[in-house]
Design a protein around this ligand. Structure first.
Ligand code: ADP
Ligand code: MG
Length: 718
């Protein structure tokens, strides 16, 4: 293979690009590693085992950190106790036996023009057979001047063997994610051998864009990451790669949305205001400004003949349901049906009650379809759905079964959407009357995600948020209780119970010792509290291992005020609304995620009385501490979501996306917020200017987008 840069520049836009539509740029980018001098098939195989299959992948295998070594110093100038690099000539070398079994010391006499010193290696006896007098060495190590002058070697390299002196011992030395079979040192040598390729890496970002966002070329970024001259260089270089990665993702996501909106039709649900007006008139409250705004956004979207794909986020109790109800009303006005898909039976029943209360004044009676409905009754209801007499349907997964067909489905609302698979959500929407048409989709979530993540995880959706809780809601005071204060905390709870209020006690486990985890269990706490701290009160128990009927009965008894305390697992997270419950006690709180803790405490303070959340925890991990501190500090779910992202990183959340890559290689959302916003903006501008990325200067960008979204080959077409 010849020197890159001449024959291997950016590929022409013509025949070659067309023949390999997903292969960008320089042909050598996908050349095997064996093209590198000194790399044989054995090494190439070891590299392939960690995902480095070709030259391009090697250059994108970035250092995880750097050893900030300085440049070589004269031996005479070394000071006692410092770590330093010297460039020396070997005079003599020998293995020194020690009394400690298995310990071998290699000792060499070395010198430069200014003086001499002993170099000492531990347990590398073979070196005595490899290094020879006269060899020129770079040595990095710990200096000791008394009782004799010696340097304990951390890293060394023999000079003259290659042209790249000092790659292991001098300056900013990259440390690569490595394996035993392919250590960082070997990777360093391979990347060094690939240096000329890095310098001619194909450029994906057009020059106008690099000028606009003030970033350099990809080649410069790769060089700066692998061969930095100072500590600052890698940072801006990584940002350059992150920008490109996020840009490609945003271009793809915006194109997905455009594709969805133009490729499919949806019934235009133009409202007359007749039914939604009646629903509004009968509400016992007026909508908040945020609710009005979101309701308007949804109403406008579903009146179009392009399918709506909108995510409505707002915490538990923010008042999302009424927005959904108004959208359903609009669908019915337009002669279509609406379906509300929820993850659990309890939640389905609760939604049915709420919607029934809201829609009944307008003459609409929602129908429930779950696995619990007896067969004959269910068949009757399914018939009503098929003929269109059932206008609004609330249901669980049972709705997705083949037996349910809609007469004219116009709108699907998916509550707690993250609990459904991507296909499930879309499957229902595609069940519309007209061929090729799709229903409008409104996803709702009570687990707000930070805007940065929304842009990445749901960049193909439009996002509406209801921030804060509706007026008239009480505050929730959260306290972190240490074990020493447990009895005092129970005193506080008893005082509330005596005032006629109710309390939840939430435990991470159903039974003691479950899954080998040491944490409190609902079953044991139930017995302990019933006979102890709360023996004067009526205590109930609800958890997921109970028979559904028993569990429902326990929750119903609590809702009816027949029990004062409900000891439970996270089954109460969704689907229970007891305004008289004012206290929540959470055991081993560090075992729960931040979003989950916040959802849990949203179960109190739902009525006129202020809520209290007492979290018990003795966290041992730093992460647990940070989560609890955040929980105590703020009640704002959106802020908590931001903090959570900081603590956890975006990891799993990326998997929520419907299409495109599921992980990010260079970008970290928690630290690249600005870069993401910029990528979003530039992606928009780019597609405005060149909607199909057809301009020759956008060819490589188009390749990159297609490669990132392999399941949507026609993404950038008209
Ligand atoms: P979410 O679905 O977002 O968790 P809901 O829609 O169930 O919240 O609303 C929670 C409670 O707040 C319900 O009891 C509802 O009637 C009430 N609510 C909703 N909007 C308002 C409002 N604007 N003013 C007063 N109460 C409201
Ligand atoms: Mg809700």
């Amino acid at each position: 293979m010849s020197v890159p840069g001449d024959a291997f520049g950016v590929a022409p836009v013509g025949a070659d690009a067309a023949a390999q539509p997903h292969r960008p740029g320089a042909r050598w980018w996908h050349a095997p590693l064996t093209e590198l001098p000194g790399v044989g098939t054995a090494t190439a195989d070891r590299a392939a085992a960690i995902g480095i299959g070709d030259l391009g992948a090697l250059l994108e295998h970035l250092p995880s950190r750097y050893l900030a070594y300085d440049s070589a110093r004269p031996v005479a100038g070394l000071t006692d106790g410092e770590e330093a690099t010297v460039r020396v000539v070997l005079e003599s070398i020998r293995v020194i036996p020690t009394r400690r079994r298995g310990l071998k010391i290699v000792r060499a006499k070395v010198h430069d023009a200014t003086g001499s010193i002993s170099a000492v290696w531990f347990n590398q006896a073979y070196l005595a057979g490899v290094l020879e007098p006269g060899d020129e060495l770079m040595i990095r190590g710990q200096v000791r001047l008394r009782p004799d002058r010696q340097i304990t070697v951390k890293a060394h390299e023999v000079l003259g063997a290659s042209s790249s002196e000092g790659i292991h011992t001098e300056g900013m030395v990259p440390v690569y994610p490595a394996t035993e079979a392919l250590p960082a040192r070997r990777l360093r040598e391979m990347v060094d051998a690939a240096r000329p390729y890095a310098a001619s890496a194909p450029e994906v970002l057009p020059s106008w864009m690099r000028a606009r966002v003030k970033v350099g070329t990809r080649a410069d970024a790769l060089a700066a990451l692998h061969f930095p001259r100072n500590a600052r260089e890698p940072r801006s270089a990584r940002r350059r790669l992150a920008f490109e990665e996020l840009l490609v993702l945003q271009l793809g996501l915006i194109a997905v949305r455009r594709h969805e909106e133009t490729a499919r039709r949806a019934p235009a649900l133009r409202g007359t205001g007749e039914i939604s007006g009646a629903v509004r008139a009968a509400l016992p409250f007026t909508l908040t400004r945020e609710q009005e705004r979101v309701a308007r956004e949804v109403s406008r979207d579903i009146a179009r003949d392009q399918p709506m794909r909108r995510l409505l986020q707002g915490e538990v109790g923010a008042g999302k349901t009424v927005v959904a109800a108004l959208a359903c009303a609009q669908a019915v006005e337009a002669g279509a049906q609406a379906a509300i898909l929820v993850p659990t039976e309890t939640l389905a029943e609760q939604h049915l009650r709420t919607l029934d209360a809201m829609l009944a004044p307008a003459g609409i009676q929602p129908v429930l379809i779950t696995g619990n409905v007896p067969k004959a009754e269910r068949e009757r209801r399914e018939m009503a759905v098929a003929t269109g007499t059932a206008q609004v349907v609330v249901g669980t997964q049972a709705l997705l079964m083949g037996s349910v067909t809609f007469h004219r489905l116009g709108l699907v609302v998916v509550d707690e959407q993250h609990r459904f698979g991507v296909e499930q959500r879309q499957a229902l929407a595609d069940q519309s009357v007209d061929d090729g048409a799709s229903a409008h989709l409104l996803y709702m979530t009570a687990t707000p995600i930070p805007r940065t993540l929304a842009l990445t995880a749901y960049g193909d959706l439009r996002v509406s948020s209801i921030r804060g809780r509706p007026p008239g809601r009480s505050d929730i005071a959260t306290r972190w209780v240490r074990d020493a204060e447990r009895e005092m905390a129970y005193d506080d709870v008893r005082a509330e119970l005596r005032r006629g209020r109710q309390a939840y006690v939430i435990c991470p486990l159903v039974e003691d010792g479950e899954s080998g985890i040491r944490a409190r269990s609902a079953t044991a706490e139930f017995a302990r509290l019933r006979d102890g701290a709360f023996s004067d009160f009526r205590v109930g128990l609800a958890h997921g291992a109970m028979k559904p009927d028993e569990r429902r009965a326990a929750m119903a008894a609590f809702a009816a005020g027949e029990t004062d305390v409900l000891v439970a697992t996270t089954v109460v997270e969704v689907g229970i609304d007891v305004p008289n419950a004012t206290v929540m006690l959470i055991e081993d709180a560090d075992r729960f995620g931040l979003a989950q803790l916040h959802q849990l405490r949203g179960r109190v303070g739902r009525g006129e009385f202020p809520g209290q959340c007492l979290v018990f925890a003795e966290p041992t991990a730093e992460e647990g501490m940070r989560r609890l501190e955040a929980l105590v500090q703020t009640n704002d779910g959106f802020r908590l979501a931001d903090i959570d992202l900081d603590i956890r990183g975006e990891g799993s959340i990326m998997g929520l996306r419907q299409s495109g890559p599921t992980d990010l290689r260079f970008a970290r959302l928690s630290r690249d917020r600005r870069t993401l916003a910029q990528a979003r903006q530039v992606a928009r501008a780019t597609l405005r200017r060149d909607p199909h990325l057809a301009d020759p200067e956008h060819t490589l960008l188009a390749h990159a987008v297609r490669r990132a979204f392999p399941d949507m080959p026609r993404l950038l077409d008209a």
